[in-house]
Design a protein around this ligand. Structure first.
Ligand code: CO
Length: 138
């Protein structure tokens, strides 16, 4: 696979988006570009972009139900960093090459993410960080 191009986002899991925005928006001054519900992950996301078109974002994730994997993560670990996302140009190639090398890929197929197609790698294989690789859709 080609080297990942950039850090796309860092995702932080929170109990209450509006409460979290009191810090990230109102104190840090980062203006959200969008708030989006992603039903497939049972989550609501606030996207906080920095650095222009090639910059990166903080994503604030609020679980919308109590039985999703994100909700269970929040219950167990509390608020905090959930994952880091690197952008790749071809998610199918990345998945195939990583699987062939025995990487700790959690997905058999790319999943539909908020901004494209993505796979996740388990922290046990990435030295402690849940890692998302994302091919962005146009
Ligand atoms: Co993500």
């Amino acid at each position: 696979m080609k080297v990942p191009e950039r850090i796309d986002h860092i995702a932080i899991i929170v109990r209450d988006l509006e409460q979290a925005l009191l810090f990230y928006r109102d104190m840090l001054g980062i203006v959200p570009r969008e708030m989006k519900d992603v039903p497939s992950e049972q989550v609501r996301i606030a996207f906080l972009p920095m650095g222009g078109p090639n910059g990166s974002e903080i994503e604030l994730l609020q679980p919308m139900t109590s039985d999703s994997s994100l909700a269970k993560f929040l219950e167990k670990r509390g608020e905090g960093m959930h994952h880091i996302c690197l952008q790749v140009d071809n998610i199918d190639t990345a998945l195939r090459d990583l699987q062939a090398q025995g990487a700790s890929v959690l997905d058999e197929q790319p999943r539909i993410a908020a901004e494209g197609r993505a796979i996740f790698l388990h922290p046990k294989g990435t030295h402690g960080v849940l890692l998302e690789l994302l091919e962005k859709s146009e």
